[in-house]
Design a protein. Structure first.
Lengths: 110, 346
């Protein structure tokens, strides 16, 4: 069955650098530096990335960072909590826009 | 435990030749021989004899889903006493500093305590690869005291500090039993600072992925086991799951085999080759046959060249320098930070 997303395409990510190699290299350098051990551990950063992957709903990122989280020693329980954090922020972000809805309704209403 | 071994369920992968054929049929970017050659090792060779590892049998009180030995309660292979004598005679004739006892659950061997006592009397360091839960069986409850009395280094398996993950791999209730066992080891001084009694934990991934960075995981494990369970240990060893026996079966059944082998081969790290355990080890099977490592033993890949094939004919001089037998499974020991019986190698 054909789909818009193909899991194997993740391995072709570097092809995006063909038409703009300098920009690709800058991205790679920055990306690599971001995930190095710092004030946060590499394991903690992978959990943040997993949460963001769900927030932006990127299937490539979800596959990649699910593996990364496991390989860095996170448990499925910890990973599930990270996804809930992302989902809660997404849900809360939608809900807080309800204030804008209320303001607009108030403005229009008698 | 409900899970029976491949051998006793008549599974085709119980046959080592079938396992070798399965791996040989996979398309790989390059063979392992070419990978180690690129690291300056053509062919791969031993450096010295630092460890004599004896697999005293395939009987085990557990039947873990990833076991490369296909060990379990229904296995009957036990090292006969004449093989035990030959192993200890070989050890005594050598200057090998360490005897590494593995299985199965090695403590189930009727001569286990005798083997430990004799090796210690020779002044050799002894390591026991313990599954922890064996000490929860009434007949083996005295093991921690016995091991402590002989100063044996305990290398204990615990894949995860999460009960769910550990039980998923090793069987329902294994985590709780393992924690109870660790508390008992702590009570007799194992893993307690200043006691001199070494208790190391071995973690391997609960699935088709590589282990994490050993030092980072050790810090997490130290914190989590102390905080949640009041348990202490010395070092955490990370070990990569090998595509052998029941883990090979899992890889096939779950559709992960090719991706996993690609992951191992793609993560080949030339810096791991110097520390490969096969380069300083001699492995003895329950029946006295000789191998370069426990993994080759389970794949029934005997020693290469014109060297003795059993412990009965072997001499330390004849075993010191050997060409190592390799195969696609060897990518498991060279991926990422490397993997050995002592954890990561770089």
């Amino acid at each position: 069955m054909d789909t818009y997303y193909h899991a194997k395409d993740l391995h072709r990510f570097a092809e995006i650098g063909r038409e703009a190699p300098e920009l690709w290299q800058k991205f790679l350098d920055w990306y690599t530096a971001v995930f190095e051990e710092g004030a946060l551990t590499a394991r903690e950063k992978a959990l943040v990335a997993l949460g963001v992957a769900h927030a932006v709903q990127c299937p490539y990122c979800i596959d990649a960072f699910s593996t990364a989280c496991l390989e860095k020693g996170s448990t499925p329980e910890q990973m599930t909590e990270a996804v809930h954090v992302a989902a809660a922020i997404r849900g809360g972000a939608s809900l807080v826009h309800g204030v804008q809805m209320r303001s607009h309704v108030d403005k229009l209403s008698m | 435990m409900a899970l029976l071994t491949l051998t006793n369920t008549g599974h085709p992968l119980a046959d080592a030749a079938a396992q070798r054929a399965t791996l040989a049929a996979l398309p790989m970017a390059r063979p392992f021989e070419e990978a180690v050659a690129s690291a300056g090792h053509a062919p791969l060779h031993t450096t010295h004899l630092g460890v004599l590892q004896i697999n005293v049998g395939k009987r085990c009180n557990q039947a873990c889903r990833h076991c490369h030995v296909d060990a379990g309660p229904d296995r009957r292979e036990v090292m006969p006493s004449e093989v035990v004598d030959a192993c200890l005679g070989f050890l005594e004739a050598s200057d090998i500093p360490t005897l590494d006892i593995t299985g199965g659950a090695p403590e189930l061997h009727p001569l286990f305590r005798d083997i430990v006592g004799r090796a210690r009397a020779m002044g050799r360091h002894v390591m026991d690869r313990c599954n922890l839960t064996i000490t929860r069986l009434p007949s083996y409850a005295g093991l921690p005291d016995f091991l402590a009395g002989h100063g044996v280094e305990v290398v204990a398996s615990l894949p995860s500090h999460s009960a769910r993950q550990t039980d998923a791999q090793r069987g329902e209730g294994v985590f709780a039993d393992s924690i109870a066992a660790l508390r008992r080891f702590n009570e007799v001084g194992y893993g307690v600072e200043g006691s001199g009694l070494l208790l190391h934990l071995v973690t391997n991934p609960v699935g088709a992925y590589l282990p994490g960075a050993q030092a980072a995981l050790e810090a997490d494990w130290t914190r989590e086991l102390r905080r949640r369970h009041g348990v202490t240990f010395n070092r955490l060893y990370t070990i990569t799951n090998m595509p052998i026996s029941r883990f090979l079966q899992f890889l096939i059944d779950s559709g992960n085999l090719q991706d996993y082998m690609d992951r191992l081969a793609g993560a080949f790290n030339p810096a791991t080759v110097d520390g490969l355990m096969c380069r300083s080890m001699l492995s003895v099977g329950w029946d006295g046959r000789l191998y370069d490592c426990d993994f080759n033993q389970m794949m029934e890949l005997g020693l290469a060249g014109e060297v003795p094939s059993t412990i009965f004919e072997a001499t330390p001089a004849s075993m010191a320098s050997r060409r190592i037998v390799i195969g696609p499974h060897c990518f498991g020991c060279t991926a990422g930070a490397g993997s050995s019986c002592g954890g990561a190698t770089v």
